[in-house]
Design a protein around this ligand. Structure first.
Ligand SMILES: Nc1nc2c(c(=O)[nH]1)N[C@H]1C(S)=C(S)[C@@H](COP(=O)(O)OP(=O)(O)OC[C@H]3O[C@@H](n4cnc5c(=O)[nH]c(N)nc54)[C@H](O)[C@@H]3O)O[C@H]1N2
Ligand SMILES: Nc1nc2c(c(=O)[nH]1)N[C@H]1C(S)=C(S)[C@@H](COP(=O)(O)OP(=O)(O)OC[C@H]3O[C@@H](n4cnc5c(=O)[nH]c(N)nc54)[C@H](O)[C@@H]3O)O[C@H]1N2
Ligand code: SF4
Ligand SMILES: [Mo]
Length: 723
């Protein structure tokens, strides 16, 4: 058989690029290029996508279940692994109740069918409030703000990149990250096109990033002060009568009153952005034919993260730039958008040790170590991690390391033995990506065009369970259900048939199960979701699984369309511009102005050839610009007498770091990337040779965004001394 080229969506970041993957007779990946016929990504590919084959072929990947014994791991069969999990979970829950078990879900779950379709079953099976994920180290402020303003935390608007005339971007660097909560393959190309058609874009960032270099204008901002800037913009909009007259929203007066507490001069002083500039930004947003404000991770994982995300969309709303072309809009995905029936609330329960708020059913990862360490009813004794590495990704991550070591039992579903999974009693490895089906249930909810693409598994499973089957079996094992059936009796088929029957029943189509296509029950579920979705054959449209199987490059479903008021989920279908939960935090922001600004603060950064903690084991992706260094402005380096190495300290910890001087970073700010600090007892040989340090030794679990409980990674006060 000659090499063959097959198509699949890239699962490595939020840009969902189409890949054309060439495989040899043994199903090894020979080469990867961008799929030129994908109507959304049009052949775009980045260095990570191009390294898809190297990641797939990494000799350090875990390929069979591992069980930890005396001095390391031994290979085990799947039956042995699941039996052990069932037995040990039964022991822990019998002795201490279900509330002593916990689940941590990492970032790659947003990129897998297994994460989207089977984690809900695992969460239910665990029956615990100890649910943690990377969301509270990431976008939770955005979801909470959207939930409170629009009634649904999934109604997160994206900038209409391809049509906007003016884009204000805060705390995002899509030229390295390829975009986040804004699914836009070839984000760089879309920004260039914006400029080419006469539009403008302005970047607000404490670092002159590659994105800032492409922008028409870059404004340095002191970390953690974005909410102040946005309030000053709002104040200007109100004072200069730039707010549109007709707004279908409640709370305009309360919003005006809140903004009036922040004077432009005070804000200029604290943010470092001149008063004239602030006024000009407000006028540009209001005066452009269309405009969109977009803010991402640098403004989410910050002390006032949720306030900031609120104000971003408040500006979009009051200037008439929401839910309309060229403004901030809402995608309408072909599958996976389940409209809420109950209005959104935050803080429905609180964490045991620190009384931090629940958000979207989750507790803040910033308190995971507390909940493991602190004795009493509800103390975590058994933990499952799926696709996560909290030792490197959670604040005060170094505290989690000994905490995980002290658990009674731990299971990790992961590709590698790493800083987190080395503590597991059982590691369950997912199959290769080319063996998994792919559909972007989550990311297409945040796309800048409506689009759908399904990729079936390219290569058969060769005896390993799919990641979906693995999670379904895990759900059965931890809840004392049979976990070893085959065919229609297997846990995954049982879950799928239940969900299919329930969904059909609700739709009044109980007798139509036989009409669903699909090689297995996973595909049948996807077919059902597509058929009942907004473009679906059973909902007045034409879309079904077969449509996507026939068009493996994906299909374009058009530019974003206005969706209000139908899509709004507030009780009265109007926007809430000033939810009480958000107004309640304004006093804390106000009070921050009275405190002295720290002399030096730490922020993070992302690197193009990396992905959080897990792509440092491919030689072509590490080294060069992808190194773990502390960026320091030369003026600070001189002032602080810094040489090649320095000691950096925060309230949480200290590290010795390599210094890289650069005038791209604002004076008074230093930047360290996260995801480094690879540990000896992991098995990633290449990553170990480029170990770096764990930035989350410095970030402080005790400081969180008050409303959402999200970790604070940006604006951490630090001191730096010569080492
Ligand atoms: N200081 C600081 N800390 C941060 C951030 C920051 O900016 N600064 N960013 C935060 C953000 S935005 C995020 S999203 C989190 C990420 O936090 P985590 O999700 O906890 O960390 P990752 O490094 O993404 O770990 C992903 C894990 O999934 C495994 N994996 C990869 N592919 C698969 C798969 O297909 N299936 C399974 N089962 N496992 C897989 C990898 O081996 C790795 O162990 O980190 C956060 N931490
Ligand atoms: N290559 C690569 N791509 C990735 C990832 C990766 O690790 N590597 N991670 C993926 C993940 S999980 C996510 S969530 C996305 C994130 O995607 P982005 O949000 O684009 O993340 P970053 O590239 O970290 O950009 C954040 C920017 O915020 C700036 N910043 C820091 N503090 C502040 C502040 O207080 N105010 C303002 N205005 N700016 C601030 C930083 O200098 C930085 O330039 O990227 C995803 N894509
Ligand atoms: S930009 Fe993201 S989705 Fe596209 S090839 Fe790179 S890693 Fe894959
Ligand atoms: Mo993230």
């Amino acid at each position: 058989m000659a090499p063959r080229t097959l198509l699949r969506t890239c699962p490595l970041c939020e840009a969902v690029c189409g890949l054309a993957i060439t495989l040899d007779d043994d199903n090894r990946v020979l080469s990867v290029r961008g799929d030129r016929d994908d109507p959304f990504s049009k052949g775009f590919i980045c260095p990570k996508g191009a390294s898809f084959g190297k990641l797939d072929d990494d000799p350090d990947l875990v390929r069979t279940p591992l069980i930890r014994g005396g001095d390391g791991f031994r290979e085990a069969t799947w039956a042995e692994a699941f039996d052990l999990i069932a037995t040990r979970f039964a022991e822990v829950t019998t002795a201490h109740g279900r509330g002593s078990t916990a689940l941590y879900l990492g970032n790659p779950n947003a990129h897998t069918v297994a994460g989207a379709l089977y984690l809900p079953a695992l969460i239910r099976a665990m029956g615990t409030r100890h649910l943690y994920s990377a969301s509270t180290a990431d976008q939770m402020p955005k979801q909470v703000a959207a939930g409170l303003m629009f009634g649904d935390p999934l109604l997160v608007p994206v900038p209409d990149l391809d049509r906007t005339d003016f884009l204000l971007m805060l705390g995002a660097n899509p030229l390295e990250s390829n975009g986040s909560l804004c699914t836009a393959p070839d984000f760089p190309g879309r920004l260039k096109a914006l400029k080419a058609r006469g539009g403008r874009f302005v970047v607000v960032d404490p670092r002159a990033t590659r994105t800032a270099a492409l922008a028409d204008e870059h404004l340095f901002i002191r970390p953690g002060t974005d909410a102040l800037l946005l309030f000053a913009i709002l104040r200007t909009l109100f004072e200069e009568d730039l707010v549109i007259p007709q707004i279908d929203a409640d709370g305009l007066d309360e919003l005006r009153t809140a903004a009036s507490q922040f004077t432009i001069d005070e804000v200029a002083e604290r943010t470092g952005i001149e008063a004239d500039k602030i006024v000009e930004l407000a006028r540009s947003i209001a005066g452009s034919p269309t405009a969109a404000v977009y803010a991402r991770i640098g403004t989410c994982t910050a002390e006032f993260g949720t306030l900031t995300q609120w104000l971003v969309d408040a500006i979009n709303v009051v200037t008439g730039n929401i839910d309309s072309p060229g403004g901030a809009m809402f995608a309408e995905a072909a599958a996976g958008g389940i409209p809420r029936t109950k209005p959104f609330r935050v803080g429905r329960w609180r964490s045991r040790v620190r009384s931090l708020p629940e958000a979207m059913g989750e507790l803040p990862v910033a308190t995971l170590a507390d909940e493991i360490e602190t004795p009493g009813e509800g103390q975590i004794r058994a933990l499952i991690t799926v696709a996560g590495n909290p030792v490197l990704s959670a604040p005060s991550g170094d505290r989690l390391d000994p905490a995980l070591a002290g658990l009674e039992f731990m299971v990790s579903v992961d590709r590698y033995v790493n800083e987190t999974t080395r503590h597991a009693n059982v590691i369950l490895p997912p199959p290769r990506s080319v063996q998994s089906p792919h559909y972007d249930f989550a990311l297409l909810q945040f796309a800048v065009r409506n689009y759908a693409r399904y990729s079936p598994p390219l290569v058969p499973l060769d005896g390993r369970p799919s990641e979906s089957a693995m999670i379904a079996t895990l759900a059965a094992a931890v809840s004392g259900q049979p976990h070893d059936g085959v065919g229609a009796q297997s846990p995954i088929a049982v879950i799928d048939e239940l969900i299919i029957a329930g969904t059909l029943h609700k739709a009044g189509m109980a007798d139509r199960r036989d009409e669903l296509d699909g090689n297995d029950t996973i595909e049948a579920r996807i077919d059902l979701m597509l058929r009942l979705g907004p473009y679906g054959e059973w909902n007045g449209g034409t879309l079904r699984l077969k449509t996507l199987l026939d068009q493996p490059h994906g299909i374009d479903l058009g530019a974003l369309r206005p969706r209000w008021p139908e899509a709004l989920r507030t009780a009265n279908r109007r926007v809430r511009l000033a939810p009480a939960e958000l107004l309640a935090d304004v006093a804390r922001l106000r009070a921050s102005l009275a405190k002295a600004a720290p002399d030096l603060v730490l922020i993070g950064r992302r690197q193009l050839r990396s992905n959080n903690s897990w792509m440092h084991n491919v030689a072509s992706l590490v080294g060069g610009s992808n190194r773990c260094t502390l960026l320091v402005n030369p003026a600070d380096a001189t002032r602080l007498n810094l040489g090649e190495q320095a000691e950096i300290r925060s309230a949480a910890g200290k590290l010795t770091v390599a210094i890289e001087q650069s005038d791209t970073i604002m004076p008074g700010v230093v930047s360290l990337p996260h995801g480094w600090g690879h540990a000896e007892s992991g098995t990633q040989s290449v990553a170990l040779a480029h170990a770096g340090v764990n930035a989350n030794v410095l970030t402080d679990h005790s400081v969180v965004d008050a409303i959402s409980g999200t970790a604070v990674f940006n604006g951490v006060p630090v001191t730096v001394h010569p080492a």
